[in-house]
Design a binder for this molecule. Sequence first.
Ligand SMILES: [Zn+2]
Length: 126
Amino acid sequence: MKEKYIRHLDEDERSILLDGGTEALFTGKYNDFYLSGVYVCKSCDSPLFYSKSKFKSGCGWPSFDDVIDGAIIKKRDLSFGRIRTEVICGTCEGHLGHVFEGENYTEKNTRYCVNSLSLKFISKEK
Ligand SMILES: [Zn+2]
């Protein structure tokens, strides 16, 4: 993760964005949250996901089936003996979560599984 963004984060946010951790399922503040707006990166404020891409997956973390063009970088993650695709912020390179395909949750058949602690919600109605 890029150095200049780290200092703004608290301890919990660092454990996710910097160290690639995962918040406990069903605990994140955006897990069951469906207002209209945009989700930006917690550390660098880059827009990442629109609320229209958010869907109820029941997996315990905020789930999106699409991402704002060019906002994220995908990386292969071989931890825990599994092959997964990690998603990180394209600007600050903070850890966001993982992306899964082929689960048939939505027409796009993609689930970005993201930690609430990696996100900040900005409401459309200001
Ligand atoms: Zn970022």
